[in-house]
Design a protein around this ligand. Sequence first.
Ligand SMILES: C[S@@+](CC[C@H](N)C(=O)[O-])C[C@H]1O[C@@H](n2cnc3c(N)ncnc32)[C@H](O)[C@@H]1O
Length: 353
Amino acid sequence: MASAVCGGSLASVLGPCQLRSPRRFPLKSRRTSFERRFLGQKVRASSSAFVETKQPSPLESTVDKEKLSSKQGVLACPICYEPLTSRGDLVLSVDSASGSTLQCGTCKKTYVGNETHFDLTATSGTEEYGESMAFSAELFRIPLISYLYERGWRQSFSFWGGFPGPEKEFELIKGFLKSVLGGNILDASCGSGLFSRLFAKSGLFSLVIALDYSENMLEQCYEFIQGEDNFPKEKLALVRADISRLPFASSSIDAVHAGAALHCWPSPSTAVAEISRVLRPGGVFVATTFLLDGPFRLFPLLRPLRQNITQISGSHIFLSEGELEDLCRTCGLIGFKFVRNERFVMISASKPS
Ligand SMILES: C[S@@+](CC[C@H](N)C(=O)[O-])C[C@H]1O[C@@H](n2cnc3c(N)ncnc32)[C@H](O)[C@@H]1O
């Protein structure tokens, strides 16, 4: 059960907190209630407690610049985790993937970049062998789904899931990431790069790595970038990889964001363990997902079916903040915090310093 929720950076997102265990906040109008709740004045947070909120100031940061990871040297072989080297000086950016060759000095595998991204999956370069993931991962590899994702699919999360929408989510994310602003950020399971692009354009990070398993989602992200004037392409790199096998050196990443993705991962614990490995001490993980406690509380007979639903769909159903806290703790992350609106939950936890 999640207990100490407020304090630390959540307090700095939401202001001084007088609440230990915020629950669901049933409200009539989602958008305006969200503004009241998270970005406004004094808001109702549970039947018995209130949270004082204030707008987080993104630049009001407590960053220890000495500790920030460097832009270079983050890429590692997904097979042995040893550094990848390139012919010539490779500076990661949207444009540097095309035609690039990365090599692992230890296992000697070569990874070739294509027009849109670096393919750093363990299976990159296979000729005969093929494998497919669970439905929840394969779904997003379908070109039509990748195309529709930012053209209505993602927006629907606000109507049925209580997601506040990209701009407000971004404000909350920045609040959680105050201590690592100026460093690099991995947007894990970035989809078509909705948040990766916001991170890059904000100028708040030295490098944004947009990572997804779906090559078609990455292609969409590339196309959105090409369609924008003055996009800071030197701030962003697109990488195809499996969340369970991250192609980064241990302790090389300052921040990891995973929007609406935890429930899609084949093994959330393997994924969060990988995130914990690549985060540097003091690095911050922030993620959003759905909590489907409503139907399962209403119909307790559904509970035993949860495993079966996961096995069939590959999608993990989280029922409480406590489960997410336990997941983070068991993967070595501390200082769990969360904010919640209906089924939407944003969590944050850090790698111990
Ligand atoms: C619902 S989308 C979230 C996209 C975006 N982060 C957002 O906030 O809208 C979930 C993403 O998880 C990705 N995904 C699923 N399994 C994955 C895996 N094993 N490794 C990396 N990404 C994965 C999918 O390709 C998809 O783009």
